[in-house]
Design a protein around this ligand. Sequence first.
Ligand code: ZN
Length: 267
Amino acid sequence: MKALSVIFTPLLNFKRKIMLELLQAAQEYGAQSGSLGISQSGSLILMVVIGVLGWVVQARLQSVFAKYSQVAFPGMLTGAEVAAKMLRDNNIHNVKITHVSGQLTDHFNPSTMTVNLSDSVYSSRSIAAAAVACHECGHAIQHAQGYAPLVMRSALVPVVNFSSRMATWVIIAGIAMMASGLGTTVCWIGIAMIAMSALFSIITLPVEYNASERALAWLESSRTLQGVQLQQAKESLRWAARTYLVAALSAIATVLYYVAMVSRRND
Ligand SMILES: [Zn+2]
């Protein structure tokens, strides 16, 4: 849901894994070269704070969605039916709505032109299901209109896939070279690769916020949801968007951490 696209979900997991590996490598390097610098400890604290914040936001999102999954959708339409209506109203006739298994796996897939809705959305007649279904249709409309941040994000996918896969090894090699007095160039290349992931998560923000705006605008203008129920849909999508905000902050903090580590070595 919240729109983690097929591509973005593995990327997120991947990033988490890389971050752990990198942190470990950096901690070992830090232990060898004495105490951490001020900016390095600062960015480490920042990462921990953002990590806790991420946990809080995720927990809140789950509880908000659980709550509004119990609130019946006034028109008694399923998530899939609401999605079909929104696409029709926006003159999109080449996108299919399909069912995908799992929880929070909802996404729009531009390569197959499908809006994929998960178990708890596809056949559910709730406010939360309607909000998620419309958010995914928001991505389909972005795609149809060539919405620039979405185009940029799609173009970045292969680059980020490659760089996030290689970054760990480049950084480890860079740290080893730095420790042997061979300069910091390789480390900076590794940091530039991590920065690509951060750039990706920053570009993801307008894409996600805009998809939710489109969803809410349609829900309101079509009078599909009104009053309190519209507010409930808004609240659901707002918490979903916050998870992307935290992910972006976390990616930025990771880059800062490595920049601080390598710059300290340069002094
Ligand atoms: Zn989304």
